[in-house]
Structures are given as C-alpha cells and as structure tokens.
Design a protein around this ligand. Structure first.
Ligand code: AR6
Ligand code: MG
Length: 298
C-alpha cells in the first residue's frame, strides 16, 4: 500500500511533466529508447496543487478547506510560474485580501462556476486518503473542488477521479461498474459507457477524442484519463497513450498517472523517468507521510 501511495503521487508528476513537454514526448513515442535529450522532467500546476492537497491532508488529518485554501495560496506565491489555469490565481488573491474559501469565487469568473479540470487534476491524495469510504471520499472531493471549481460538473469530475484512484489502489475488479454506480451526472454516465465501447478499439484515436474529449473541461478529460489507464497494460504505455491523444496532455496524463501509479505502485514506474523527475525525494516522502496519516485515521 505504501508503494502505491508513493506511486500515485509520482505518477501525477510523471504524467504532468511528460505531458507538458509534449513535443519531446512525441519524439519519445517514435523512438522509445531516445531519452538522452530529456534532461529533466519539470512538473506544472497539476502536481504543485496535488502536493498542496497532500500536505494539507497530512497536517490536518483529513480535509480542512480553510487550511487547504491557505496552503494553495502559499504554494502559489512560492511558485507562481507553474502554469496555473486562468481562474485559480485570481481566487487566491481574493482569499489573500480576506475573502472566504466558502465564497465560490469562481462564479464571479465563469457563469455557474468553473467546470475546468483544475480540481480533478489535484484530487488524487483524496482518493488515497479516503479509499475505504466512497461517501467520505465523495464529500471530501466535492469540498476540495468547491474552493476554486464549484460547478457541479467540476465537483463530479473531481469525485470521479478520486474514486478511480481508490479503486485502482484496491485493484478492484469491477472498476467501470463501480464508477458507473458512483457517478451522478448524466454526461459522465454516458462517457463511462463509451469507455466500455472503446476498450477494444483503442487505435481509433480520432473517434475516441471526438467522443470522450481531450479538452480542459473536467467532463472532456476525466473520462479520457480513466480510459487511457484501462486501455493499456502498464504505467508507461498508459502515459504515452494519453499523450498521443493530444489536447490538454499534461492534465490528462497527470490524471491517468494518478490512477496507474495507484494501481502499479512505485515498482511499476519506469526508472528512466523517475531519475529525471523534479523533487523525486519530496514526492516520495509525501507519499510515505500520506500513507502514515491514512493509517492513523483508520
Ligand atoms: N464556461 C465556459 N468555460 C469554462 C467554464 C464555464 N463555466 N469553466 C471553465 N471553463 P479555470 P483550471 C474553461 O480557469 O480548471 C492548467 O494548464 C475556460 O476556458 O478554472 O484550474 C492545468 O494544467 C477556462 O479558461 O482553470 C490544466 O490543464 C478553462 O476552462 C488547466 O490549466 C479553465 O478553467 C486547469 O485549469
Ligand atoms: Mg498544468
């Protein structure tokens, strides 16, 4: 289990950083052994916010939205250049000026709130920490999303990805059926059915992108990340496949990496990538500490 916690967090960072340097990654696809030119793998906001969420869960022994909001702001101020989506930094500045985490400030930016994938891309630590209780997992995922993404489709995307991480962690055999029973919004139900259809047709990339999506919206990327995990037998193949679909490659590969890392554990991650990932030691420690916090919470 500890290896799977670590594998999940490093899996986010690997998917994110490989997806973020898509051109390099595509040349890797063509020439699988040509890694000499890839010197370091730097992650983006997807991993930076996943780190913030893991830190907060560890320090507060569970989800504390006020603490989490503060941590997101602090981490953003240390590294504002990580490539954050347009909405979140505006919200962080409002918190700094005294707004509350409960204000659903994203509704001032987007009508009905943001349905970007920014709350699903960071949610993996909730999938790990709340893996034993789908309902606690759902509530924690919703609440963590609400800070910056209060649109129901973003909240649902975050809960769906967290639950996929939990099921992968447990190597659950009824993966898609359980996701289907868990999810509440029709668009996600529809896309989970499409995942089933495309599992035996993974080479139809164009059709897959058209039907599942590869965009920045939660509903156009969370089901796609789940599909990439299910359609491939190893961590490495899942990530390269996710990147090959194009679109929001860093976030789709990060979310796919979260699920695949939780399933295959640290041992399943290619050493040639791990050697190059930024902050490998810190991410490893964070996985260990999150696992200890999970054990304490039981
Ligand atoms: N109506 C129309 N478009 C919307 C709506 C809406 N209600 N909500 C979101 N969008 P944002 P994020 C679109 O700003 O989710 C980084 O690169 C709109 O185009 O909440 O944190 C990461 O790696 C908006 O600009 O940010 C991820 O790829 C976009 O969704 C990504 O950014 C993002 O919503 C995460 O971004
Ligand atoms: Mg990013």
């Amino acid at each position: 289990m500890e290896s799977k916690f670590i594998g999940c967090l490093l899996g986010v960072a690997l998917g994110d950083s490989l997806g973020a340097r898509r051109e390099g990654a595509l040349s890797i696809l063509d020439k699988p052994n040509n890694f000499k030119d890839v010197i370091s793998l730097n992650y983006t906001d997807d991993t930076a916010m996943t780190i913030g969420l893991a830190e907060s869960l560890i320090e507060k022994n569970g989800l504390d939205p006020e603490h989490l909001a503060r941590r997101f702001l602090e981490n953003y101020e240390k590294e504002p250049w990580r490539g954050y989506g347009p909405g979140p930094p505006t919200i962080f500045f409002s918190w700094k000026r005294g707004a509350s985490w409960q204000d659903e400030l994203d509704k001032k930016i987007y009508p009905g709130g943001s349905f970007g994938n920014g709350s699903a891309m960071r949610v993996a630590p909730i999938g790990l920490f709340y893996c034993d209780s789908p309902e606690q997992l759902r509530q924690a995922a919703y609440l963590s999303s609400r800070l910056t993404h209060s649109h129901p489709l973003a909240m649902e995307g975050a809960a769906l990805l967290a639950y996929a991480v939990a099921l992968a962690l447990k190597e659950d055999q009824d993966f898609l059926d359980k996701l289907m029973a868990f999810v509440e919004q029709d668009i996600y139900k529809l896309k989970i059915n499409k995942i089933k259809y495309f599992l035996s047709r993974k080479d139809n990339r164009r059709e897959i992108v058209r039907e599942l999506g590869h965009g920045i919206e939660a509903f156009n990327s969370v089901p796609t990340a789940i599909f990439c995990f299910l359609a491939n037998p190893t961590f490495e193949e899942a990530i390269l496949y996710a990147i090959s679909l194009g679109g929001d490659t860093d976030t789709i590969a990060a979310m796919c990496g979260a699920i695949a890392g939780a399933r295959y554990g640290l041992e399943g991650l290619p050493e040639k990538w791990l050697q190059r990932i930024e902050n490998r030691n810190y991410l490893t420690q964070l996985g260990q500490r999150l696992y200890e916090a999970y054990l304490r919470s039981k």
